[in-house]
Design a protein around this ligand. Structure first.
Ligand SMILES: [Fe+2]
Ligand SMILES: [Fe+2]
Length: 164
């Protein structure tokens, strides 16, 4: 896709997923920390870069991309994948806020709680990875191959919609 226009919103969004995966590597590095205090400090150090990006990314998809896909491709498989992706946004956002809030508040955690947090971080990371993979492989190709859908997104962006 080296020759694709840089203002292509689908391509830009796909590129954002590369950044998300880089951020996931940072979150997964938290799991290599030896104790709850180090885990919490590591999480806190990446919150200010991660959360605003995640929220902006989700809102762009929910407010512009998903509605365009549903409008242009109103068939069962599209509806099903958009509903699932939207539900996962809510789950992931709540989960991330909870993890970062734990990190900011943590002073000492018992071993059982530490194990549970490690499992949550791993599950959070796995869900973001599978979520992003599904978008890039299942939804975005449908959108980018549908001229009407692309036109709707470009028109909305030209009106100032979206945040890319
Ligand atoms: Fe998403
Ligand atoms: Fe996404």
């Amino acid at each position: 896709m080296a020759n694709a226009p840089v203002n292509n919103p689908i391509l830009a969004l796909s590129n954002e997923h590369r950044f998300i995966l880089e951020q996931m590597a940072g979150i997964e590095a938290v799991l290599r920390e030896p104790d709850p205090g180090a885990m919490a400090a590591h999480l806190t150090s990446i919150e200010s870069a991660f959360m605003p990006f995640l929220i902006r990314h989700f809102r762009f998809e929910e407010e512009l991309l998903f509605p365009a896909a549903l409008e242009a491709l109103p068939v069962g498989p599209t509806i099903k994948v958009v509903l699932q992706l939207t539900r996962e946004h809510g789950d992931l956002e709540r989960w991330a806020r909870d993890l970062f809030a734990w990190a900011r508040a943590t002073e000492a955690t018992d071993a059982q709680a530490e194990t549970a947090r490690r499992q949550e971080i791993k599950a959070f990371s796995d869900l973001i990875r599978s979520h992003s993979h599904r978008e890039v492989t299942e939804l975005f190709p449908k959108i980018s191959s549908n001229p009407r859908c692309c036109q709707m997104i470009e028109t909305a962006l030209a009106r100032g919609g979206g945040s890319l």
